[in-house]
Design a protein around this ligand. Structure first.
Ligand code: NDP
Length: 332
């Protein structure tokens, strides 16, 4: 059945400016790391993408290696894009990345120009796109000169294969160097994509300050710690959850669901209830409390999780007392 998006799709979503750029991103963006591979249900994947766009999620985040198997998320997204979203291309921000192992041999990993150029062309082909809106170097590569990697990002913008570029998981010093080098080449760094959640607060130790100083946006991945920061693990590990799925490729497994984490989740859940939210909504709102954070990059296995997670936007304000109470739980 052909798809027409809802006319009211922009009514409720909030859009935030990405650093000092001209680009607005939805406060909640959707990532396709899991649930869009060849091992997944394609009708479910299509329903999720349609619903997300209907709710004002204009940003879909991919990478060369998403699946499994690697590459299949881009391929499946490309097919759904062709069926449903071709007419909406100018309303969408589609990103991809390269930097993790993708094909065998010395040219299928890390940060060389050889790898990145080939990977970009493969990604565009798999998705059936002429360009991506954002292209990231997926992780720092200390063995490749930073200038080689940044020159390649700059090249993509000059070639029109990417409108904007970003970096992911670079530490504060690496980020500053990369951002300043890109600027000297005439290509601003749009966005940093770090991991950040109540269970992983590393960006508070310097990275947010660098991004603020440099006017670069921030889109946080795994804001629910892959689902741990939701109600689902309160009474054990449910069937069908990510912790049970053994998908590999960095997905968490049962060992991540420790008694110590669950004890915290139970206490956080009480705060969420008091705020009229569920735990996932509290966890997303907490990430969005930073002014420098442009967007939270969620993953979902079911369409209902899109609707549920977006409802975090209904209560983004925290009192000083609430933040203190959360800190005590997280640091105990
Ligand atoms: P999350 O922390 O949001 O975890 C997603 C999982 O949480 C879902 O699969 C689901 O688990 C559960 N979930 C989501 N919403 C709800 C809800 N409302 N209620 C209950 N459970 C919920 O993010 P991801 O770890 O999936 O990462 C998101 C995106 O970030 C990726 O798709 C990717 O685009 C990006 N990313 C980038 C990386 C990088 O290196 N740059 C690395 C990792 C991710 P279940 O499946 O159990 O239902």
């Amino acid at each position: 059945m052909s798809y027409t998006s809802r006319d009211d799709r922009y009514d409720k979503m909030k859009y935030r400016r990405t650093g000092k750029s001209g680009l607005l991103l939805p406060a909640v963006s959707l990532g396709l790391w899991h649930n869009f591979g060849d091992i997944d249900n394609q009708e479910n994947a299509r329903t999720i993408l349609r619903l997300a766009f209907d709710k004002g999620i204009t940003h879909f985040d991919l990478a060369n290696n998403y699946g499994p198997p690697a590459g299949s998320a881009e391929e499946n997204f490309g097919r759904i894009f062709k069926q449903d979203f071709t007419g909406y291309r100018d309303e969408l921000i589609i990103s991809s990345k390269a930097g993790w192992g993708m094909w065998p041999g010395p040219y299928g990993d890390h940060g060389s120009k050889k790898y990145l150029v080939a990977s970009m062309d493969q990604s565009l082909k798999r998705m059936g796109l002429d360009y991506v809106d954002i292209f990231y170097h997926h992780r720092p590569d200390p063995s490749t000169p930073l200038e080689e990697t940044m020159r390649t990002l700059d090249l993509f913008v000059r070639q029109g294969k990417a409108l904007y570029v970003g970096i992911s998981s670079y530490n504060p010093e690496e980020s500053k160097a990369a951002i300043q080098m890109l600027r000297s080449m005439g290509t601003p760094c749009l966005l940093h994509q770090p991991k950040y959640s109540m269970f992983d607060r590393w960006i508070e130790d310097g990275l947010l300050e660098v991004l603020e100083e440099e006017g670069v946006g921030c889109i946080c991945f795994s804001p629910l710690a892959q689902g741990l920061l939701s109600n689902k693990y309160l009474k054990g590990i449910p069937e069908g959850s990510r912790a049970r799925s053994h998908r590999g490729n960095g997905a968490m497994d049962e060992t991540a669901v420790t008694p110590e984490k669950i004890a915290r989740v139970v206490q956080l859940n009480e705060i969420a209830k008091r705020r009229g939210q569920n735990l996932a909504q509290l966890a997303l709102a907490w990430v969005l409390r930073h002014e420098q954070v442009t967007s939270v990059l969620i993953g979902v296995s079911k369409p209902e999780q899109v609707t549920d997670s977006i409802a975090c936007l209904e209560n983004l304000a925290f009192s000083g007392e609430e933040l203190k109470e959360i800190d005590v739980i997280l640091k105990s």
